[in-house]
Design a protein around this ligand. Structure first.
Ligand code: P6P
Length: 325
């Protein structure tokens, strides 16, 4: 495939390549990309909010101004509800599952998302991102059930993220490799910029919040000392998608382990760790909780947290932790 191909053309060609692929993904991913463009526009002008006369939650025109993560959540729902491919949506921004309302048809997939991760970084102009995962539903009734959402990450049929940074990029996999598309804002189209991404088997970067060192388990402290003695560089922006994306392209390891403050780590299993682990495994990397592949963990609750060690395969193999803190 030629770099610069549009996302739509790429999806159509992928659909032709894999007879098992249905047009559902082509339509779903296209709608996700549309939602991403709308969110990107809002994120990019967020810094101007004050200059544009937004006071609190109301702008100069009397229109309500939502927090950007709520806006992102509602934008994905607005663009995906009507497609007829989804039966329900779960989100970090919503305590409970969102059931696709009538009159929209209920589809055979369910969608999970962190609609805008790291949104606290917006006002300091650090890259942030949206993360999503798609599964086939297991239930057959009129509404999606919790069983549909509490599936192992290994069951994902699609996972991706959008990073709103110096450029807006969408990276996704449907199990046939990882592909990256960069938004050309002048024409509002995502263009293939990174085909079949593979993460180096070992990297020169480690990413962890060293401010938590006092709360780490001794085995985590020993590992971090090891990587420092091996000359790895510390890179940590405190925005999961930005840290993950950099390490995916350059190689390296990101760690948010369990510690005495966060017994199960801080990051969420279903809509952060699992989709990024599906992507990184498709890119020949690994994602674990320190001793088990993330994708093999049986979820027990929608918003459960999990320790996350993710990145270059050889680096993740070295970072094995029992989980005791
Ligand atoms: P800490 C952002 O708030 C976030 O959820 C992730 O994007 C990021 O990786 C992590 O938290 C940073 O957490 O505790 O290092 O500030």
């Amino acid at each position: 495939m030629h770099l610069g191909t549009t996302l739509t053309r790429f999806l159509i060609d992928e659909q032709r390549k894999y007879p098992s692929a249905t047009g559902d993904f082509t339509a779903l991913i296209s709608e996700i990309a549309t939602a991403a463009r709308v969110i990107s526009r809002e994120v990019n002008k967020a810094g101007l909010i004050d200059l544009l006369g937004y006071q609190g939650n109301v702008n100069v025109h009397g229109e309500s101004v939502q927090k950007l993560d709520q806006f992102a959540n509602d934008t994905f729902i607005r663009f995906l509800s009507h497609t007829g491919f989804l039966a329900g949506i779960a989100s970090e921004e919503m305590e409970n599952v969102y059931q696709i309302p009538d009159p929209y048809p209920k589809g055979k997939y369910i969608f999970l998302m962190d609609p805008l991760d790291g949104s606290s970084n917006i006002d300091v102009n650090i890259s942030i991102g949206s993360i999503f995962a798609i599964y086939r539903r297991k239930s057959v009734g009129p509404q999606a059930t919790m069983e549909d959402f509490l599936q192992k990450g290994r069951e994902q049929v699609c996972a991706g993220y959008i990073i709103y940074g110096s450029s807006t990029m969408m990276v996704y996999t449907t199990g046939y490799g990882v592909h990256g598309f960069t938004l050309d804002p002048s024409i509002g189209v995502f263009l293939l910029s990174h085909e079949n991404i593979k993460i180096p088997s070992r990297g020169a970067i480690y990413s962890i919040n060293e401010g938590n060192e006092a709360a780490w388990a001794p085995e985590v402290r020993r590992y971090v000392e090891l990587v420092k003695s091996n000359g790895k560089s510390a890179r940590y922006v405190g925005s999961l998608v930005a840290d993950f994306h950099r390490n995916l392209l350059k190689g390296g390891i990101f760690l948010y382990p369990a510690d005495r403050k966060n017994k199960n780590g801080k990051l969420r299993l279903l809509y952060e760790a699992s989709p990024l682990s599906f992507i990184v495994e498709q890119a020949a990397g690994k994602g674990t909780n320190g001793h088990q592949p993330i994708l093999d963990i049986q979820p027990k609750a929608l918003h459960q947290r999990v320790p996350l060690i993710i990145g270059s395969s050889e680096d993740v193999d070295e970072a094995r932790f029992s989980g005791g803190v």
